[in-house]
Design a protein around this ligand. Structure first.
Ligand code: NAD
Length: 352
């Protein structure tokens, strides 16, 4: 069995579904179900004996300790986090609580549990911490992409809290010998992403005829990776990564935000034409986000070279699948938007 934290969120849910598709090794999913957690993402696993959901906080030491002793996972993948940069600007407190204090409490419980494992299990155990390229700060146009050796220079409360958690994870390896792995990945996109993030926001606003807000001049560059490629990288690192190592994960898909939005508009024009005219008419420039990083880019050569990982999707194939998924899953979107999935939660899992 493996334990996943934050598995009801965007990437965690995709990870659990992909994990269980070809294999029988069970997964226990510990998720607090914040606004970003959505059990509907995992509805296909309802009643599946290989899957156990527990609602709870990674910062709840007693709960985490009990789950570890009861279920004895061979490894842990930590997705649980507050993850939205804009929210971190308006309310950083939750980010410190979950991403920093929560990761610390989780590490403490894992350290105790791991220390008590038989030697062979202890050696095979891995704590994989899922992190972001945003910890490296911002790049100038002429800079090379972020390598694992880049200095940490986080610029938002979100990235600072993730940076702090990465440092704690690193310290638990160096100080206590805990076999940790850290992955720092670029922007993900794909099915089940909460519609506050750029790509689903643009798709959904366009379908509703609403403005497509672009921060500043829209020239901020990000590297984009299809979520299932991120999940395959995590599986590969879990399987073959060297304890104590960091792996940058990216898709070699640097693109300015405005180009992403134009690509989505063109795909929607093709797949769901709007009689009112091309979707790009809805593009609206808004005041830039404070401290907005200009460019992120990932040098993924280490994971490619050492672990043989490669993304399966190009941006063109991944974005087409994503737009199609949102078109096919408008119920999911309206449930998330209306909060109806909370009712669904009460119906299916008791009123928790
Ligand atoms: P998300 O916001 O969609 O999901 C986060 C999940 O964590 C939710 O289900 C939420 O309920 C849960 N959670 C929050 N606080 C918790 C707590 N205290 N205890 C237990 N569960 C809690 O986020 P995501 O986009 O799926 O990101 C997952 C991880 O990957 C995060 O650590 C994030 O920093 C990292 N990451 C995300 C991206 C991206 O583009 N989305 C890129 C690189 C790295």
């Amino acid at each position: 069995m493996i334990m996943v934290t934050g598995g009801a969120g965007f990437i965690g849910a995709n990870f659990i579904l992909d994990w269980l598709a070809p294999r029988d090794e069970p997964v226990i999913n510990l998720d607090k179900l914040t606004y970003a957690g959505n059990l509907q993402n995992l509805a296909a696993l309802e009643g599946d004996a290989r899957y156990l959901f527990v609602q709870g906080d990674i910062g709840d030491a007693a709960l985490v300790g009990r789950l570890l002793e009861e279920h004895r996972p061979r490894s842990i993948v930590n997705f649980a986090a507050e993850s939205h940069v804009d929210r971190s600007i308006h309310g950083p407190e939750d980010f410190i609580q979950t991403n920093v204090v929560g990761t610390f409490r989780l590490l403490e419980e894992v350290r105790t549990y791991w220390g008590g494992l038989p030697e062979a299990d202890k050696a095979a155990f891995r704590f994989l911490h899922v992190s972001t390229d945003e910890v490296y700060g911002s790049l100038a146009q002429e800079d090379p992409p972020f390598a694992e050796t880049n200095r940490y220079e986080p610029n938002s409360p979100y990235s600072a809290s993730k940076a702090a958690s990465d440092h704690l994870v690193r310290a638990y390896h160096h100080t206590y010998g805990l076999p940790v792995l850290t992955t720092n990945c670029s922007n993900n996109y794909g099915p089940c992403q909460f519609p506050e993030k750029l790509i689903p926001l643009v798709i959904n606003n366009a379908l509703q005829g609403k403005a497509l807000p672009i921060y500043g001049d829209g020239q901020q560059v990000r590297d984009w990776l299809y979520v299932q490629d991120h999940c395959s990288a995590i599986r590969r690192v879990l399987e073959a990564g060297q304890a104590g190592q960091v792996y940058n994960v990216g898709g070699w898909n640097e693109m300015p935000n405005i180009e992403i939005v134009n690509t989505i508009c063109a795909l929607l024009d093709e797949l769901r034409p709007d009689p009112a005219g091309p979707y790009s008419r809805l593009i609206t420039y808004v005041k830039d986000r404070p401290g907005h990083d200009r460019r992120y880019a990932i040098d993924a050569r280490k994971i490619e070279r050492e672990l043989g990982w490669r993304p399966a999707e190009t941006f063109e194939t991944g974005i087409r699948k994503t737009v199609q998924w949102y078109l096919d899953n408008q119920d999911w979107v309206s449930n998330v938007a209306s909060g109806a999935y909370r009712e669904w939660l009460g119906l299916h899992y008791g009123d928790s």
